[in-house]
Design a protein. Structure first.
Length: 202
């Protein structure tokens, strides 16, 4: 965690936290993240042994309420076995004041749209499925969080900048150039693909 100190004052820092039980989770959130100078904590629910939605809600409420930092929920049902439906997300964001964002990596675009269009008054949606980056920004997502940004960072920033400035046509042209990278990464082993992309960059 000490490695964060040189950058914490210069760039926003988001730390991801995960544990298989609440008793372990606080050690990864308030004590470590806040002490390290993080600006936000991203909470993923317990994995390996799937839990019920009710247990998920209790876990998230217990951990988030133990943190003063803003919290981003991380919905990745492919890894956790639990999907956060939009109404469930709204309930959490309403009940827990410091829950500000959700990273939705459900690969369910309709769910992304429902979060963006029906629940943005209580929570910001950050889409975490690479292929949806351009369209999600056009629809009004707060941001996108794409693994491919490790490989084509400046290109994705250019897409987001164009959309943010209202140049949808220009953004789409930039997106057409970067989309093949997304497409390839999502049709192969994702993490090895990211590592190969980084290796190609030297």
């Amino acid at each position: 965690m000490d490695l964060l100190h040189p950058i914490a004052s210069a760039r926003p820092v988001l730390l991801a936290a995960a544990a298989i039980a609440f008793a372990a989770a606080p050690a990864f959130t308030p004590k470590a993240a806040e002490a390290a100078g993080a600006d936000m904590v991203m909470l993923v629910t317990p994995y390996y042994e799937p839990i019920t939605l009710e247990e998920t809600a209790k876990y998230l409420k217990d951990v988030a309420s133990s943190v003063e930092l803003p919290v981003m929920l991380y919905n990745i049902p492919g890894a956790t076995g639990v999907n956060f439906a939009p109404d469930f997300v709204r309930e959490l964001a309403t009940d827990i004041p410091n829950v500000r964002y959700i990273k939705d990596s459900s690969a369910n675009y309709e769910q992304n749209l429902e979060l963006i269009h029906h629940h943005s008054d209580v929570i910001g949606t950050i889409v975490g499925w690479d292929a949806y980056a351009y369209s999600s920004l056009v629809e009004g997502a707060a941001a996108v969080m794409a693994g491919a940004a490790n490989v084509v960072p400046s290109e994705l920033v250019a897409v987001a900048k164009a959309v943010g400035e209202g140049d949808l046509a220009g953004g789409f042209e930039l997106w057409r150039k970067v989309y093949p990278v997304m497409d390839h990464l999502l049709t192969t082993a994702f993490i090895p693909g990211i590592k190969a992309g980084l290796k190609l960059q030297g």
